[in-house]
Design a protein around this ligand. Sequence first.
Ligand code: C2E
Ligand code: MG
Ligand code: MG
Ligand code: MG
Length: 278
Amino acid sequence: AAKTITGTACLHFTPDMAQAGADNAHLGAELREAIDSGQLFLLYQPIVALPDRRVIGAEALVRWEHPAHGTMAPQTFIPLAERTGLIVPLSRWVLRTAVSQLSAWTSAHGDDAPAVLNINVSPRDLREPGFAASVSALLAEYGVAPHRITLEVTESMPVDPQESAPTLSALRSLGVRVSLDDFGTGHSTLTMLHDCPIDELKLDSSFTQAEPGRAPVAATVLRVADSLGLRAIAEGVETPDQAARLHELGYRSAQGFLFAEPLSPEEFGDLLTSAQAA
Ligand code: C2E
Ligand code: MG
Ligand code: MG
Ligand code: MG
């Protein structure tokens, strides 16, 4: 690698970066192929009520079964998808797959199916003209009521309120819910929260997992949610202590390895069947 970084703060091009660029181009071409050829799949992590741990929802999380590299986590390809614009067809695939799964669970499990399915979308999707209309058409195609999906948008990337507000408003007038993911890590201001048409805040796992004495953020986020009339979900709950503390603070919904890992559709179906039996 080139070791000499001269003086200024600007970015210097190195052979490593050239290689990374080539790898990215290669992976980008493979990802394009993967979307069309069925190499992506979704796992579903339960969202539970506190304190009884009843399953009240789920979040769809994408994986890539790469022919050579095995199962790849979203962090390894979502940023690439964002940069190349492949996120748009990827999100389209995720939305269709998730909505079709929700419809299948509803047929098989009735009222025991998750009441709401959370689906991650990119700030970039919100800038696509016609995005809300395509979501509406998809829900109609599968006979899924709009209030049964929540679209999660990460707060860790800037969402331009000017550009995304029309789409967010259109989604909400359909009845689709909107959630700010990774909340507390990013770019939202209280003004934006007040002005943006959103329904839910997901407390970032770094605050869920903070030491007891150092966790005023979890309490503050809940108060902000309450005062704006938003739902709050704590994510990344790993220990009974964390769950108890969050419940004490007033959180009524949570998600994390303590309750369940992301599950295959079959595993999730089994969970619903055993809940039905209980
Ligand atoms: P996220 O939306 O905040 O999703 C939560 C992540 O935390 C998931 O990682 C989940 O597996 C993980 N997690 C759940 N419970 C725990 C826990 O108790 N402890 C810890 N340490 N982690 C936990 P995953 O599936 O690797 O996804 C990472 C991120 O990739 C997601 O973060 C989301 O931002 C993005 N992502 C995942 N699926 C999609 C998708 O379909 N579309 C888009 N645009 N982004 C996605
Ligand atoms: Mg999410
Ligand atoms: Mg999250
Ligand atoms: Mg997160």
